[in-house]
Write a protein that binds this ligand. Structure first.
Ligand code: NAX
Length: 524
């Protein structure tokens, strides 16, 4: 959950009542420049120090020691500034600082804060104190948004010192509060830079990150969620949290979808099953084809659609020998693929589709008015330029499509590697949306949604419970149901991703989790 920490009060939990703008680092620099130009010099760093100190006191109220690792730039300056504020406020707590660079080599703002910390009586230590305990606090002020990759040069002494301190932060026994973003992480992509990759192995200590001024995509996707932990945000009084100025003239790269994107539409008393749309699922290759039954995947998608409010759900299994008679969920209507009219319902195609789905794709791509393509349907399209062309042509016929690939499927569709997809998740998702003229949803930690008009959203819900077989099929069915009920393609994908993750976030600790259980609890 995202929380905001206010300058004037202790940090409070905020309503997740809107989609928050996410700015990349260059836009953040522009906003910072504009804010700084309206304020007396050094004010932003002072405000940052105050916000950090307040959050630190709230996170570790019983800390006897607070150790701050300060880097070579203004992120380190924030650390010195916070040290001063903490020293003044907590006379009985040992406030300790380690630095990477001599003060004369620091940027101007950071130098001022360094001197203030010295004057306040902060203690300088060369390394992480060995007596930190779990109730103490470690503050990571090593690297913020100024990080850049340095492949072509030998590490300097300062670089080695920075690595040494970062290792100590990573191995700390107490909670870690990262300033702006976890050190080593690219704020635009959520990926560790190669030279900092070892630090991706985060220790089990709780992690918090206080984002300063703006929120950035890297906090919420790829390795960002594990690295940054609980996100807090303080806009340093620049009006971004209240959607005022500066941010309105600088374009966000994406929006963070939150609970507000889950709009449950009230149902009228006069409504009937036809009011909430039909979902038809095509998938589930049978045992008889290749000895690899995947009918469960199609059932999961149908079950999810049923429990997400679709008026009627039809299931066409790619399995001629599927047992006939009453299905395990009698509300779901079984169909032979050839008997189903694919030109009417919202179609969810591909879950467990195996090789059998391929033969149906030309017909489905031609007929389905609204189409969610998942799993083996995506693999078949990736392998066939003719199918890919047919998919792209749908948009011009006003037949919208939603693609729901995981990173490997996305890599196949874009003819690249999973590593390349994960290195730039937002860009990869946007590329998919533009290439196929559709709404694309790239699954994974911090699911990304993009459309062909270059709009991007990052989903804020979900956890590692979802890393189990079948949850993707549930997502496809859920999105199909939301779409059938009247959302547009983007809304269905955004709301579906949020609901899917939110249901997993709310999962009771004593209830066993499985994709089937998830599908049946989507209505809660
Ligand atoms: N100037 C200000 O008043 C404000 C500064 N802020 C803070 O300032 C940060 C940005 O400051 P900077 O632009 O100085 O950037 P950083 O402090 O994030 O990093 C820049 C420093 O890191 C070094 N560095 C970069 N990549 C490296 C690598 N791969 N290996 C080793 N060293 C590397 C650079 O040489 C430079 O010394 C923000 O993240 C935020 O914490 C914010 O508090 C807003 C206000």
């Amino acid at each position: 959950m995202l929380r905001i920490s206010s300058l004037d009060a202790p940090p409070t939990s905020i309503s997740e009542n809107q989609g928050w703008p996410l700015f990349n680092t260059s836009a953040t620099r522009q906003i910072e420049k504009a804010c700084a130009s309206r304020l007396p010099p050094h004010t932003l760093m002072e405000r940052a120090g105050l916000a950090i100190a307040r959050l630190a006191m709230a996170l570790a109220p019983h800390a006897q020691r607070i150790w701050i690792a300060c880097g070579p730039g203004n992120n380190g300056g924030d650390g010195f500034e916070a040290a001063t504020q903490l020293q003044v406020r907590l006379p009985h707590t040992r406030i300790m600082v380690s630095q990477v660079r001599e003060p004369s080599q620091l940027p101007a703002d950071a130098q001022i804060s360094w001197h203030k910390a010295q004057q306040a009586g902060v203690q300088w230590v060369s390394n992480c104190p060995s007596d930190l305990s779990p109730q103490d606090l470690c503050i990571d002020a090593l690297l913020g948004i100024g990080i850049h990759h340095r492949a072509d040069r030998k590490p300097s002494d300062a670089d080695q010192r920075l690595q040494q301190l970062l290792k100590q932060v990573t191995q700390s026994v107490c909670p870690v509060l990262c300033l702006d973003i976890a050190s080593g992480l690219d704020a635009n992509t959520g990926q560790y830079l190669p030279e900092f990759a070892p630090h991706a192995m985060s220790n089990p200590s709780p992690r918090h990150t206080l984002a300063l001024l703006t929120l950035q995509p890297g906090l919420f996707t790829a390795q960002g969620r594990d690295a940054c932990g609980q996100i807090w945000w303080n806009d340093l009084g620049c009006g971004i949290a209240s959607h005022q100025a500066d941010a309105s003239t600088t374009q966000p790269v994406a929006h963070l979808s939150t609970i507000a994107n889950l709009q449950a539409k009230p149902r009228q008393h006069t409504s009937h099953k036809g009011s909430f749309g039909d979902v038809a699922v095509l998938g589930g290759e049978g045992l008889s084809q290749r000895g690899l039954s995947m009918t469960g995947a199609a059932w999961l998608a149908a079950l999810a659609a049923l429990h997400s409010g679709a008026g009627r759900v039809m299931l066409a299994l790619l399995d001629e020998h599927a047992p006939q008679g009453i299905p395990p969920w009698p509300e779901i209507m079984l169909r032979r693929p050839s008997a189903q009219d694919w030109s009417q319902p919202t179609v969810v195609c591909g879950c467990g589709g195996g090789e059998a789905v391929q033969a149906w794709l030309p017909h489905i791509l031609g007929q389905a008015p609204q189409l969610v393509l998942d799993a083996d349907a995506l693999n078949a399209i990736a392998a066939s330029p003719a199918l890919a062309q047919q998919l792209t042509a749908r948009a011009a016929r006003q037949q919208p499509t939603i693609l729901t690939p995981h990173p490997l499927e996305a890599a196949r569709l874009l003819q690249t590697s999973t590593t390349a997809i994960q290195a730039h998740r937002l860009q990869a998702c946007l590329q998919l949306a533009q290439k196929f003229q559709c709404t694309a949803l790239l699954k994974g930690s911090g699911t990304v949604i993009a459309n062909a008009q270059r709009k991007i959203w990052v989903n804020s819900s979900g956890n590692a419970r979802l890393a189990s077989g079948g949850t993707g099929d549930v997502l496809a069915g859920l999105i199909g149901a939301l779409w059938a009920q009247g959302s547009n393609a983007d809304e269905a994908a955004i709301q579906g991703a949020f609901k899917h993750g939110h249901t997993a976030d709310q999962w009771p600790a004593d209830r066993p989790f499985s994709a089937g259980a998830l599908a049946m609890h989507l209505a809660q």
